[in-house]
Unconditional design. Structure first.
Lengths: 645, 73
């Protein structure tokens, strides 16, 4: 199952590595102060910050995960982009960027301190710093595992070498270097994956032929073991974004109702991520002036809008290929441990003397997964007939597993279509996404840690050189901590799931705090702080009392009793966020009304909508005004929604 | 900041494009190798695409007063 890379593939990989490291060194001489290092001294052109804005988000998990969702749920996954990201990015540009950029805050937590008080900043900066390191570690572990299993690369080597490359260029050139390399990585990802998608689409006979095949899959998804027997959707379920959504949760592959999709995913989760996450907002804050900062998310929105073709389409192609028997393709099975292979070998040998159904049961029990009866029977027969090499046995056993590891979709397509040469380019694209996501996390982490934790609480009033040195040490620490988290994720998968769950609880209510803080001057620090805590607790409580269909009470919710059953895990997530948002919104507003304001109007100028003078756009030509561009983008997004209705 | 990112992007893609184009040209009769890519010599074709993209970036960077860079995709 493994492909071998030739010198040519390594040459392409090395060329890329040489250039990103070179950019770091070229920028070294510009790093004179801590603000050069951590905030780029606000000097970067708009198109650069714009592309870096999406590239920082386009980590390996995004690439791998979106293709996985494309296979699992079909085109409806595009709502993460067309209902979620794009409107949120327009909102950030038009309404929120003036406060972030105009306040001259150096980070999102610092804005919260200016607007509210130290408590809110401390809460946000600590949770953000911890979360960033864990997110980075989880992503690194996932990719290193994938590279090991599908390409045979050494897990530790992939992890450490990629980290070392990121460390070198971030340490040398700071945020500027992260942003510049993110632009290079953006083009690398797009140009590396575009030919793979093109070949895949050509293989299935073009988009319309693929849609035809997928409508057959949608009416009987259990034929490919994509769903349990008896489940059936409308013909367009894998290719339409709204039609099946409006027919209700049992009629679309994601199992979500339209309200949870629009309000939970679109409004609460996406606006919460794109408008408040410092990882992306930092890129816009590095722009050279207010107009540039506001246009950053708008420039980013153009390619973002088209990304589903690059990241979701491969998943749909994979399902279509699987439905065409002549193509001989399947989505890879989940990875099996070496111990499983050893157990299975013994079981298969013993099974030769037993009746077929008994043999099948024993082999299935040894593997611990759902198996394909015909493939198991053939394997048992062939093993009995003569000796089989271990590699061949492992390969056939793995193929006989009748479950899918959707995260393997993208690499399996790369392996299927890429001859040496293009293979190197596509893998470089994958590693580029890995590095851009990691560098994004590290640069956001070091800024928040240095300014919002170290300078604020540990050592205020030191010289700028001191903070510059601290920032560099923190960069190294951040990368080492991410590596530690990657190993932690490798060893304790379940503990990691719990940590991610807690982060989801913390993030869900965040947007309510920003919304009230920016648009209602009456919001108080106490209201924001207590509201955030209660919102987080509310999402934890909802999770403890509800469950998704097919899950047993426990890690996935319902451990305090089951008050409600959601049709799917996605629906549970979206509703959870909705509840957290509403609780945080209502509590923040209510507590604000009964507590005294600590900041007078003068102190809130530039931080709250009603107390900030409107930005004059008369000087800029109409086509450069954020309001105009934003409206045009929303129009374009609406058209895409209609085309794939 | 003093570096125009279009230079390294342009240089890198020109280089990679050149390597892939030359390799694609040399292996143009290797049908077995390109059976993976549905019989298309994807190295040659995509190498040329990268070459054009790289050259375009270099051209944009080399124009005078283009330091700030016009917004472009």
């Amino acid at each position: 199952m493994q492909v071998t890379l030739t010198w040519l593939d390594y040459l392409i990989l090395l060329t890329y590595t040489g250039f990103v490291v070179g950019i770091g060194f070229a920028l070294r001489k510009y790093m004179r102060s801590s603000s050069d290092f951590l905030t780029s001294g606000r000097s970067i052109p708009t198109w650069v910050t714009g592309l870096a804005f999406i590239s920082a988000n386009l980590g390996a998990l995004e690439l791998v995960g979106m293709a996985a969702s494309g296979a699992k749920y079909g085109a409806i996954t595009a709502h993460f982009y067309w209902v979620g990201a794009i409107p949120a990015m327009v909102f950030l540009a038009v309404f929120m960027m003036p406060f972030y950029y105009g306040s001259r805050a150096r980070s999102v937590p610092e804005y919260l301190k200016m607007r509210f008080d130290e408590r809110v900043r401390a809460l946000n900066s600590v949770s953000f710093a911890v979360m960033t390191v864990f997110a980075s570690g989880i992503s690194m572990n996932a990719l290193a595992k994938l590279l090991h299993l599908l390409l045979g690369w050494n897990y530790h080597a992939s992890l450490w070498i990629c980290s070392a490359v990121v460390l070198v260029y971030v340490l040398k050139g700071g945020l500027t270097s992260a942003i510049y390399t993110e632009v290079l990585q953006f083009f690398m990802i797009v140009l590396g994956f575009a030919p793979v998608v093109y070949l895949g689409l050509k293989d299935v006979g073009g988009y319309h032929a693929m849609a035809g095949v997928l409508s057959g899959v949608a009416t009987n998804p259990s034929a490919l073991h994509l769903r349990d027997p008896g489940v059936s959707y409308g013909a367009g379920a894998w290719t339409s974004v709204w039609r099946t959504l409006l027919e209700g949760p049992t009629n679309n592959p994601m199992g979500v109702d339209w309200f949870a999709m629009v309000f939970g995913l679109g409004f609460v989760l996406s606006f919460g991520y794109w408008c408040t996450n410092f990882l992306v907002v930092q890129r816009a804050m590095a722009a050279r002036n207010m107009t540039a900062a506001r246009n950053t998310p708008l420039i980013a929105a153009v390619p973002k809008m088209l990304f589903p073709a690059l990241v979701i389409l491969p998943g749909m192609i994979a399902v279509a290929l699987m439905a065409m028997p002549s193509k001989g393709y399947r989505i890879p099975a989940p990875i099996l441990d070496n111990a499983v292979y050893a157990r299975a070998q013994a079981a298969v040998a013993a099974a030769a003397r037993e009746p077929a159904d008994q043999a099948f049961k024993e082999v299935s029990a040894a593997v611990g997964r759902r198996m394909d009866p015909a493939k198991v029977a053939a394997l048992v027969a062939d093993c009995a007939a003569g000796p089989m090499s271990e590699a061949a046995f492992d390969d056939r056993l793995w193929n006989a597993v009748d479950e899918y590891d959707y995260d393997g979709v993208i690499l399996s397509l790369v392996k299927r279509y890429c001859p040496t040469g293009l293979l190197g380019l596509a893998l470089t694209g994958l590693l580029a996404s890995f590095m851009s996501g990691m560098a994004g996390n590290v640069t956001a982490f070091n800024t928040v840690f240095t300014y919002d934790l170290y300078q604020a609480y540990v050592a205020p009033n030191k010289s700028d050189e001191h903070y510059m040195r601290v920032a560099q040490v923190v960069t190294l620490f951040g990368i080492l901590a991410s590596i530690a988290c990657a190993y932690f994720a490798k060893l304790y998968n379940n503990a990691m799931d719990i940590i991610q769950l807690v982060f989801a609880f913390v993030n869900a209510p965040l947007f309510a705090t920003f919304l009230l803080g920016m648009f209602w001057k009456r919001t108080t620090g106490t209201g924001a702080f207590v509201g955030l805590l209660l919102g987080t607790m509310a999402s934890g409580l909802v999770h403890a009392l509800t469950i998704a269909q097919g899950n047993a009470p426990g890690m996935k919710g319902g451990y305090l009793g089951v008050a409600h059953t959601f049709p799917s895990e996605m629906a549970q997530n979206f509703w959870l966020a909705t509840f957290a948002f509403i609780v945080c919104f209502v509590m923040t507003a209510g507590i604000s009304l009964v507590t005294r304001r600590t900041k007078p109007d003068e102190e809130l100028a530039g931080l709250v909508y009603s107390l900030t003078p409107r930005i004059k756009v008369e000087g800029t030509p109409w086509y450069q005004r954020p309001g105009v561009i934003g409206t045009a983008l929303l129009g374009g997004c609406a058209v895409l929604n209609l085309i794939f209705w | 900041m003093g570096l125009d990112i279009r230079w390294p992007i342009g240089l890198m893609f020109t280089l990679v494009g050149l390597v892939m184009t030359v390799f694609g040209f040399i292996t143009r009769s290797d049908a077995a190798m390109y059976s993976r890519s549905l019989g298309i010599n994807i190295n040659l074709i995509w190498g040329v695409v990268l070459l054009i993209f790289g050259a375009l970036m270099l051209f944009l960077a080399s124009r005078k007063n283009g330091a700030g860079g016009p917004p472009q995709k």
